[in-house]
Design a protein around this ligand. Structure first.
Ligand code: AMP
Ligand code: MN
Ligand code: MN
Length: 319
């Protein structure tokens, strides 16, 4: 019996949590478990708590049932934490960890701190959705659950582009396609499609980007006042750092946006040489070898300088 199944035995209530600023793998994994539980464990009263995810994920079954506010009474028999490497990543919902219930953590971040009572952490997996597939009975995966798992895999692999994609990833994606999901629409509308303002902000970030370290690094940032000007939020920043990374000759891309005055959300992506999870961990964040993030305070110039010292050091060691 898989750990997911044994965990749910004898549980009456369960909550499903993901990370702040939820991405495709986060929303996909939370709703995959939600749908799977509804089908296979109808006796368990299950609720998903997440910060409001982007509207583009509305096609996922269960999206409308997501609760976005922390309830006053947060008791549950079980708490399933997905795609979140440490307690802080759960944001306001980390209070559930103190709710008395047993905690199951399913994740793929190399920096995961194993904060659950039970932990299934597979850093080699492309996505939390890929890890979840291994915990589910394949024949019990419905078309709705399959659409959630496929979404997570597609988003965390950049549509099967990044080196976290393995033969196993493709096999699982194929099995999800065989469940009859609308894979083409999932890819085009949840991954590639952008709103007009999202494209404007992307364009602005590319226009103002700066190459350094002999063209091996690229940096760009969007300030709070510019976000206000375009009327965008953190949810509209997805994909910018990936576009910077795709610049020819670039090994490492850094993108920042200002959350509060002199408080920056940092995203880093690398190709082959730089371990960005080490850099992000040093500054209190985390992630994967080729994709990581953190939050940093201070003047933008100092933030970039501090990051670039670590990246340049790694590039020199590789040279
Ligand atoms: P992002 O740049 O926000 O898309 O994140 C890239 C990867 O690093 C994702 O897998 C995130 O879950 C992870 N990550 C981002 N920010 C943090 C953080 N502050 N702490 C830990 N992990 C993070
Ligand atoms: Mn994620
Ligand atoms: Mn993930």
């Amino acid at each position: 019996m898989s750990l997911l199944h044994s965990f749910l035995e004898n549980k009456k209530t369960a909550v499903i949590l993901g990370h702040t600023n939820p991405d495709g793998d986060c929303v996909g994994s939370c709703l995959a478990v939600y749908n799977y539980l509804k089908d296979c464990f109808p006796q368990v009263d299950v609720t998903v708590y997440l910060e409001q995810p982007a509207d583009k994920f509305r096609y996922l079954n269960g999206f409308e049932q997501i609760r976005t506010e922390m309830p006053a009474d947060f008791q549950a028999d079980g708490c399933i934490c997905l795609d979140s490497g440490d307690r802080d990543r759960l944001g306001a919902f980390s209070g559930f960890l103190e709710g008395g219930g047993e905690v199951l953590c399913v994740d793929h971040h190399i920096t995961n701190t194993r904060y659950g009572d039970k932990n299934v952490v597979e850093p080699e997996a492309s996505s939390t959705c890929e890890v979840l597939f291994g915990l589910m009975d394949e024949e019990k995966i419905s078309k709705e659950t399959a659409a959630c798992l496929y979404t997570g895999i597609v988003h965390d692999t950049g549509v099967f582009q990044y080196t976290n994609t393995s033969a196993k990833t493709m096999e699982i994606a194929g099995k999800m396609m065989a469940k009859g999901i609308d894979f083409s629409t999932i890819v085009s509308e949840s991954f590639y499609q952008k709103s007009y303002v999202q494209n404007q902000v992307l364009g602005r970030a590319l226009l103002e980007s700066i190459l350094f370290c002999d063209g091996q690094c690229i940096f760009s940032a969007i300030r709070k006042r510019d976000m206000e000007f375009y009327g965008v939020t953190s949810r509209d920043m997805e994909g910018i750092v990936e576009q910077l990374r795709s610049t020819a000759g670039v090994e490492c891309a850094i993108f920042l946006y200002e959350k509060e005055f002199q408080e920056y959300k940092v995203s880093m992506r690398s190709k082959k040489k730089v371990d960005v999870s080490k850099v992000a961990s040093y500054f209190g964040g985390g992630g994967h070898v080729r994709a990581a993030g953190c939050t940093m305070n201070g003047r933008m110039h100092d933030v970039v300088n501090n990051l670039s010292i670590h990246i340049a050091k790694q590039l020199e060691e590789q040279a």
